[in-house]
Write a new protein. Structure first.
Length: 309
């Protein structure tokens, strides 16, 4: 019999990748230092062997836990030291327990691992009534805390040494503050975090709902650009703290029409209204039009009205 051709099988059986416990991984790597490891072990065994695992982290492709409800308990120092190793653990896995100062020192690493963090437990500070000052950019991160008292800081005010001819800068709350020369007058550029309030209102609301938001630091006149939904949420928050704020609304014609009563009641806070998307006539009643007359005068683009009802 003459063999004319040989074709390879389309389906070749591949054994499933082996998973190793911490102890098995250490033993296997002694025999083969280039072995790639998928680690599967209890949270206790993993956290108790973090130093050893750090030494072989380039060989570890993934870390899994036996049960869906398993969590890794760590402190601020461990979060920093084992940052690269933590990139290999599942999301929603970390429980951080430490003083606020120890965690906040590593805020940039916490941000990078936000998806990994399930819960934050703050250990008591020396002052039990202390308020932890945070940026609104981090409100969703800190809303994972089960305790604590947080105050939102929207403006950093500090003195910066320097003159118009000799500029200098300093760093406060991870933000650069600079004095720059402007002819003979020193111009100070400071950090104002007002827009972060709009972008992160869900985190603010979560902190407030849990009773952990103690205040929102007042800020100067610049308006916050929001959708109507964000503006409503922020109004509810700010009204609790008597904090002055101004809204610049950007939203669709439909949302503006549906929320014309809110817009009317917010007239004193409005700096402008901009229709976005497919611009159509506002569908409101004649009475609503009368009530909203002053507010609608702040519309940034031409608009028309279709009376309904």
């Amino acid at each position: 019999m003459q063999v004319r051709s040989i074709s390879a099988a389309n389906n070749v059986y591949r054994a499933p990748a082996k998973t190793y416990s911490v102890a098995e991984a250490m033993a296997a790597l002694k025999l083969n230092s280039k072995l790639k490891i998928t680690l599967r072990d209890t949270p206790a065994n993993i956290t108790n062997n973090l130093n050893a695992l750090k030494k072989i982290q380039t060989q570890i492709t993934q870390i899994t836990l036996p049960n869906a409800n398993d969590k890794l308990n760590m402190n601020g120092a461990q979060l920093k030291e084992f940052d690269k190793l933590l990139a290999k653990v599942p999301d929603n896995t970390l429980v951080l327990t430490d003083k606020f100062s120890a965690l906040n020192t590593n805020i940039s690493i916490m941000r990078e691992n936000n998806a990994k963090i399930n819960k934050i437990i703050l250990t008591p500070s020396t002052d039990a009534t202390a308020k932890q000052t945070i940026s609104p950019w981090d409100s969703q991160l800190w809303s994972k805390s089960v305790n604590g008292k947080f105050e939102i800081q929207t403006q950093v005010t500090t003195s910066v040494s320097g003159t118009a001819t000799t500029p200098s800068s300093t760093n406060t709350n991870n933000q650069n503050l600079t004095v720059q020369p402007t002819n003979t007058i020193a111009k100070f550029s400071t950090f104002e975090d007002t827009q972060a309030l709009a972008a992160n209102y869900m985190g603010l609301k979560a902190l407030d709902d849990m009773g952990m938001l103690t205040g929102i630091e007042a800020f100067k006149g610049s308006s916050i650009t929001t959708t109507i939904a964000q503006g409503k949420a922020l109004s509810a928050l700010f009204n609790k703290y008597s904090t002055e704020f101004y809204l610049n609304i950007r939203d669709t014609t439909t949302n503006i029409s549906k929320n014309i009563d809110f817009i009317s009641s917010s007239n004193k806070k409005l700096t402008g209204i901009t229709q976005i998307g497919n611009i159509k006539p506002l569908e409101i009643t004649r009475d609503q039009n009368r009530q909203a007359d002053l507010a609608l005068s702040k519309m940034k683009n031409p608009y028309s009205i279709k009376y309904v009802g």
